[in-house]
Design a protein around this ligand. Structure first.
Ligand code: EPU
Length: 338
């Protein structure tokens, strides 16, 4: 295991925050991961397992070991008449997997096009966009317990998926490293999901009446490109906050005060668009020095250059305060703040 000391993490987090790790190493195979977990350096230090670094905000140097997961590979492990079971190693870039599946006409991941990050993080976070979440196409994953070295397969029930949530953010937090994930994708009769937001409008604009999964991918890429900062160009980690879920009574109270409030039903509760709340609270496009709120999507905080993580974090806290004062709603961060 090659170790680097006092290593800059700037290129390893999409917020482009310039902090250092006391120790850094990269793992390129499951064998590397097994060697890592039997190495004392890994076990005695504080640990951070990093995928694409696309859901993290560093506010200080990391006084421990950072491990970059970089094992790659996509294989078909099984198929039947209707489904194909595609296994991707944890270090695969998420959108490369989506692209590969859409090109092969395997349906299910297309609505999750262009989400930054790597495959291994996708079930931890139960990533979601445009009406689809990972849990809808997840078959299983293989992970290793870092303390016992035991390998375990997790099926959907074991993962306890929720909105941007899973067992890996709760009772099993920090206990496992994910080797690979298997997705169950459709070979034909695709479930074309155009219900969310303006996908239907985009289809109409392009005169597409019967969109294919290839059309959906193209449309979602163009919607995201128009709204969200391009990874690598401007530092960000996508949505900085979760969309808050409130009781129906609270929703009715707010809706009477703010008739334009954007909301979605969520079982017997109501999910509110945090982007709308932040926008309404006047933060959209705010900029001070190198940090700010993205001008076309208020849910996204950005680093225009050399912002400090602490500046971005303080901005997040000010937004939480303003939204609390104005709407009586407590926003929660979606990004992991370290
Ligand atoms: N809105 C505003 N002003 C804004 C931003 C949004 O009024 O500045 C309104 C929009 O007009 C729309 C509603 O809020 O009516 C929802 O906005 P959008 O469709 O952009 O989605 P979102 O709720 O802001 C969520 C996910 C995104 C995902 C999109 C599309 C969360 C926390 N975020 O955002 O995920 O791409 O839906 O499905 O659930 C991420 O997790 O990093 C992420 C980008």
């Amino acid at each position: 295991m090659e170790k680097h000391y006092n290593y800059s993490l700037k290129k390893l987090n999409t917020f482009n925050i310039d902090v250092k790790a006391k120790i850094f190493t990269e793992v390129n195979s499951t064998e590397d991961i097994e060697a890592l977990i039997s190495d004392d350096t890994f076990l005695v230090n504080e640990r951070l397992v990093l995928g694409g670094g696309s859901n993290i905000l560093f506010t200080k140097d990391f006084d421990g070991i950072v491990v970059k997961i970089a094992n790659k590979g996509i294989t078909v492990v099984d198929e039947d008449q209707d489904f194909v079971y595609v296994k991707a190693e944890a270090g695969e870039v998420w959108d490369d997997l989506v692209d590969y599946c859409v090109m092969n006409n395997w349906g299910g991941l297309e609505n999750l096009s262009l989400i930054p990050g790597q495959v291994g993080a996708s079930p931890i976070q139960n990533i979601g966009a445009y009406g689809v979440e990972i849990k809808d196409v997840f078959h299983s994953l293989l992970a290793v317990n870092i303390f016992s070295g035991e390998k375990r397969e997790f099926f959907p029930d074991d993962c306890r998926f929720g909105y941007r949530d899973s067992v890996f953010k709760n009772s099993e937090k920090g206990n496992y490293i994910i080797f690979s994930v298997v997705f169950k994708l459709k070979k034909h009769k695709h479930n074309i999901n155009v219900d969310y937001g303006n996908i239907k409008d985009e289809c109409a604009k392009l005169n597409i009446t019967n969109p294919s999964i290839q059309d959906i991918r193209k449309i979602i890429c163009s919607i995201r490109n128009a709204k969200l900062p391009e990874v690598g160009e401007i530092g960000s980690a996508g949505s900085f906050f979760k969309n808050p879920v409130v009781d129906y009574d609270k929703f009715v109270e707010l809706k009477s005060k703010f008739p334009e409030l954007v909301s979605f039903p969520d079982n017997d509760k109501v999910k509110l668009a945090a982007g709308w709340l932040i926008d309404k609270a006047g933060w959209k496009g705010f900029r001070e020095g190198d940090y700010g709120v993205f001008p076309t999507q208020a849910l996204v905080l950005v680093n225009y250059g050399n912002a400090k993580g602490m500046d971005v974090f303080s901005l997040g806290m000010k937004i939480i305060e303003k939204v609390r004062d104005m709407f009586g709603i407590e926003l929660e961060t979606e990004v992991n703040v370290l």
